[in-house]
Design a protein around this ligand. Structure first.
Ligand code: BTN
Length: 322
């Protein structure tokens, strides 16, 4: 019996008896029970009622390729789309995938066992209506032509969110998706290939959906989730994924032409730090100043006592001064 079939039965949030599930899947009640107990490992809370059966209270709105593709405008530029229940990391999967020129590979998962964040951190990835998405694309102009791509990705994400009625978040340099100082999501770009020739870029996006308490305690920074921003209304994740893929495909298809320069104004419109006092940590050094947007390459600009200073990626981190 496969896990996906079992979850599809339970997705309606109604009670189903062990006998009924066994009959539908062609397995014994004992086999059903073993599989049901495995759902806890995914972080799903299964409710059992004597003489009635089992349910996942609230049901599940599972990701489904057949509901994603038809909603896309650029589906013809998307090669393979994998929709997975559980994976180590969607970025890892995308890095290992084959990508054909002019066609994206993409995968989304319901949960990740080893979700990766920036600066070697872990991305907490429970099975809880979140978005874990990676898209791979082959670029030919060398790695330097990808400067600012992660900032432009932040803009693409906000446009996709806006299309689903979530228009309140902003961007915290370089590409955190934030609302009211709390992190909603992030971007991790990983590259493989040649410095000056063909290279594959994997754009990984994580957006908190409806974080369960157990996972929330694992996150050591202020966070928020889509459920909170949507005022507890449910989000159509398949529609959101379709829009994210469209925005990303539009981004990667054209990026080699003008790079970040054409995205800068849009990024500045979403800048959540503009005018705030910040300290930028660069190794042991701490530079204090006022955030003044980004330059045409995506570097952070800081007004300091010594004039405007710019900071590229790397280990720069920002903390508002209290
Ligand atoms: C950050 O630290 O802000 C970036 C988080 C990126 C997480 C996403 S989830 C989908 C993709 N797969 C991963 O392992 N990481 C990225």
């Amino acid at each position: 019996m496969n896990l996906a079939q079992l979850l599809h039965i339970l997705a309606d949030g109604e009670f189903h008896s062990g006998e009924e599930i066994g009959r539908a899947l062609g397995v014994s009640r004992a086999a059903v029970w073993k599989r049901l107990s495995g759902l806890e490992r995914l972080g799903l809370h299964l409710e059992a009622r004597h003489r009635t059966g089992y349910r996942i209270a609230g049901g599940l709105d599972l990701l489904d390729a057949d509901r994603i593709r038809p909603q896309m405008a650029f589906s013809s530029k998307l090669g393979k789309l994998d929709v997975l229940l559980d994976i180590d990391s969607t970025n890892e999967r995308a890095l290992a995938s084959t990508v054909h020129p002019g066609r994206a590979y993409a995968c989304v998962a319901e949960s990740q066992r080893e979700g990766r964040g920036r600066h070697g951190r872990t991305w907490v990835s429970p099975f809880a209506n979140s978005i874990y998405l990676s898209l791979a694309w082959e670029f030919n102009a060398g790695i330097s032509a990808l400067e600012g791509l992660s900032l432009a990705t932040g803009v693409a994400i906000l446009r996709a969110l806006q299309s689903q009625g979530i228009d309140s978040p902003g961007l915290k340099w370089p590409n955190d998706i934030v609302f009211d100082g709390r992190k909603l999501g992030g971007v991790l770009i990983e590259l493989s290939g040649e410095i000056s020739g063909p290279c594959k870029a994997v754009i990984g996006i994580g957006l908190n959906g409806a974080l369960p308490d157990a996972s929330a305690t694992e996150i050591d920074i202020p966070w928020t989730d889509l459920k909170t921003l949507a005022g507890n209304a449910s989000i159509d994740r398949n529609a959101l994924v379709a829009k994210l893929l469209d925005e990303l495909i539009a981004l990667v298809s054209d990026y080699h032409q003008q790079g970040f320069a054409t995205w800068r104004d849009a990024w500045l419109d979403y800048d959540a730090l503009s005018g705030q006092n910040l300290s930028v940590h660069l190794g042991d050094k701490r530079i204090i100043g006022i955030a003044a947007g980004v330059d045409g390459r995506g570097a952070l600009l800081l007004k300091t006592g010594d004039g405007i200073q710019s900071f590229a990626g790397g280990e720069v981190s920002l903390k508002p001064i209290k």
